[in-house]
Design a protein around this ligand. Structure first.
Ligand SMILES: [Zn+2]
Length: 378
């Protein structure tokens, strides 16, 4: 409880808005102190030194394989006026622990440290690794840095994102793109005086919706509540006045692919189709990426980490609608299950909480995983 309070009491907001963005060094140092005292070899890995962002990898025991307990150290920003508790002071009330990061997901990191407390490193046949990352809530820079540097943390991983203690092996990917059409403005009384970007965008939207229909017909997965890829046209802006031909128009969209759909391939098909729709026009088009995409996640149903998670929790591994660092770990060869004590309904909300009755069961669960993967040495 002291460790959870310490982590909650150390603000580490990550935000794409530089006025809200904070470093995570102090959270990393808290974890480093606790893990060092338990005999872990602790590495603090720079992610973005100028912005004060670091990952931490703590290892107990030696050898290959092993189990990783992974979580992000950052939280989203908070709405000052909508919280009834201090977001940075762990508050126990109504059989709940309130605070920013209780469910999503600093409390899990404290539980991971606690699960390792009574371990004798000499009994470990495979290493136990605790991985704490930076900037999951924004750029996933921490996980991307691990991938760029080829730092495979271990053979199997549990990411303690809020899944209500049920194992998850799949989620969709996510990408956000902008399409900007440059036409030419002119007096509305004579169409020959300009080139309407808005009318060109009308063609583009028609083409994108046709593409979406094809994507959704070709890709289905009943494991997901929304069993097809989604493509949302979320923002459009163009022109300034009814009596001027619209000179520029921008569209922003969000695309959420199923596992198996490649982000780069989707991006190039999108660009191809947009260019095709504008072929016989005089407008110019630019493409922009608003967020580096997050790939979809899919861990094999027969992976040892999935089978173990299913047998220890009594729940089949499912799919969720939110993204995680899982696909980055997967690409490093770490087979990953997402399994944590919080509920997603409380994440990113005022009065975020973790139910007290999740703490002991999650701790017991983590100890069983450690026994199975590190002591018995799968
Ligand atoms: Zn999270």
């Amino acid at each position: 409880m002291e460790m959870i309070a310490g982590l909650i009491g150390t603000p580490s907001v990550s935000s794409t808005d530089p006025r809200l963005d904070m470093g995570n060094r102090e959270v990393i140092e808290l974890l480093a102190g606790w893990l060092g005292a338990l005999g872990f070899r602790v590495e603090i890995l720079p992610v973005d030194i100028a912005r004060g962002k670091f990952n931490l990898m703590g290892t107990l025991g030696a050898g290959s394989g092993g189990l990783v307990l992974a979580g992000h150290t950052d939280t989203v920003p908070w709405d000052e006026h909508r919280w009834h508790h201090d977001p940075f002071r762990l508050t126990e009330a109504n059989a709940r622990l309130y605070g920013l990061g209780t469910a999503d997901m600093k409390a899990f990191l404290a539980l991971a440290v606690e699960a390792a407390r009574d371990l004798d490193p000499r009994t470990l046949r495979r290493p136990l690794v605790i991985l704490a990352t930076a900037d999951e809530e924004t750029s996933m820079a921490g996980a991307r840095t691990l991938e760029d540097e080829g730092r495979q943390p271990g053979r199997y991983a549990i990411i303690g994102e809020p899944t209500g203690m049920q194992p998850v092996r799949m989620h969709k990917g996510m990408m956000m793109e902008a399409i900007t059409i440059q036409g030419r403005s002119g007096h509305s009384s004579d169409p020959a005086l300009g080139e309407s970007a808005l009318e060109a965008m009308h063609r583009v939207i028609g083409e994108i919706i046709a593409w979406r229909t094809e994507l959704q017909a070709a890709n289905r997965d009943p494991a997901f509540a929304v069993p097809f890829p989604t493509l949302n046209l979320g923002h459009i802006h163009g022109g300034d006045n009814p009596n001027r031909i619209c000179g520029e128009c921008e569209l922003q969209l969000d695309l959420r692919p199923l596992p198996g759909m490649d982000l780069d391939a989707l991006r190039s098909t999108l660009q191809e189709r947009v260019r095709g729709a504008l072929q016989d026009t005089a407008v110019q088009v630019r493409f922009g990426t608003l967020l580096d995409g997050v790939p979809a996640m899919q861990t094999d149903a027969n992976s040892e980490i999935i089978r173990t998670a299913e047998s220890l929790t009594g729940h089949p591994a499912g799919a969720v609608a939110f993204g995680t660092e899982g696909p980055f770990l997967s690409r490093l060869g770490t087979e990953t299950v997402v399994l944590g004590p919080g509920d997603i309904a409380q994440a990113h909300q005022p009065d975020e909480f973790l139910a007290l009755d999740r703490i002991e069961p999650m701790l017991a669960l983590l100890k069983k995983f450690i026994r199975r993967f590190c002591v018995d040495g799968r």
